[in-house]
Design a protein around this ligand. Structure first.
Ligand SMILES: [Zn+2]
Length: 334
């Protein structure tokens, strides 16, 4: 045996070396495919071939005002066909740096100045080069708003997301993020309540896959939809007793932005299924941002304040009609 090793020493060492290289390559490749399959653009720090440390955002305070959302949206959409197309997410990240995340300070004049600077210097990187938190805000806002604007099915550029309440149905809401809730253990409110009439068709805000469907003690009949890039989870809760969803909805099914998914109701706050235990009929609408799978189903979840997002979404509402007189189900007007 020793003789054998001595004789083929070089070949053995060479083979071992090749196997080692292959192992390192395979580990790196599988990690890269995990990263690309979730399309999460977070910085990854490669320590060595075996252990990998990930660096991802742990929290976002989404404070962008409706005025700033509207103004940057206008600049982005209106410049789409011009010689310089502004990116509203970049503009919002610059403003967040300037205001220290206090968007009460927003002034159109500041936005115009940033727009001019970007155009003059030719790149946002040049304008942001001394801003310590630019990358943080850019990454945070991209995670939230990435799919809000873009090319739509009819090849026009604009808003791709919809208000969760169907067109021509009234609703009201107020700033209720983070307020305390009495039912069950002490917890804060991680969404926005949209008060409306029972049966109001509920619309998918963004295209995604149905992740959760069914009864939940707090949310009652609820739908959880995860965006196709995996980074946003939309939560629609307290849906109608007896008939909460459109019949074609199942876990794993893809729904398009603007599709009818269910109906407003007052279910929830009960361990027993199909119970109306909410006082005022409303849709609880929530948005969770996910940078890493470790941020699901635990205290590390990032829920953002969607009040201003709901205000912003009022620009794009889905028209619906009763498509099945027997079941009284609704569909979007195509
Ligand atoms: Zn709520």
């Amino acid at each position: 045996m020793i003789k054998f090793i001595k004789k083929y020493k070089k070949i053995l060492f060479f083979s071992l070396f090749v196997i080692l290289i292959l192992i390192v390559f395979l580990i790196n490749y599988s990690l890269m495919s995990i990263q690309s399959s979730t399309s999460i653009n977070v910085p990854y720090i490669w320590s060595d071939s075996i252990s990998v440390k990930k660096d991802f955002l742990k929290w976002i305070d989404f404070n962008v005002s409706i005025e700033a959302l509207n103004a940057t949206y206008k600049l982005d959409v209106n410049s789409y066909n011009s010689d310089f197309h502004y990116n509203w997410i970049e503009l919002l990240a610059l403003l967040a740096c300037k205001y220290g995340n206090n968007f009460d300070r927003f002034k159109q004049k500041d936005l115009d100045q940033f727009a001019k600077k970007i155009k003059d210097s030719g790149s946002v990187q040049e304008v942001a080069k001394d801003m310590k938190y630019y990358d943080y805000y850019y990454e945070a806002y991209s995670a939230i708003l990435r799919e809000f604007l873009g090319l739509r099915e009819d090849e026009t550029y604009g808003m791709k997301v919809f208000l969760p309440i169907a067109k021509n149905y009234s609703f009201s809401h107020y700033k209720d993020f983070g307020t305390s809730r009495s039912y069950g253990f002490s917890r804060t409110h991680l969404g926005n309540d949209l008060m409306g009439s029972i049966g109001t068709p509920i619309i998918a805000v963004e295209t995604g896959t149905v992740f959760h469907l069914g009864w939940n003690q707090y949310g009652g009949w609820r739908i959880g939809i995860r965006s196709l890039d995996g980074q946003r989870y939309y939560y629609y809760a307290h849906l109608r007793k007896d008939h909460p969803y459109v019949p074609e909805l199942k876990e794993g099914v893809t729904v398009e932005a603007g599709d009818v998914i269910g109906y407003l109701g007052m279910t929830g706050y009960s361990i027993k299924e199909n119970v109306n235990n909410i006082n005022v009929p409303h849709l609880h609408f929530g948005m969770q941002v996910i940078f890493d799978e470790s941020q699901i189903d635990n205290s590390k979840e990032i829920w953002i304040d969607v009040y201003n997002i709901v205000e912003f979404l009022k620009k794009n509402r889905s028209s619906v009609y009763m498509s099945n007189k027997e079941t009284k189900d609704y569909s979007r007007v195509e």
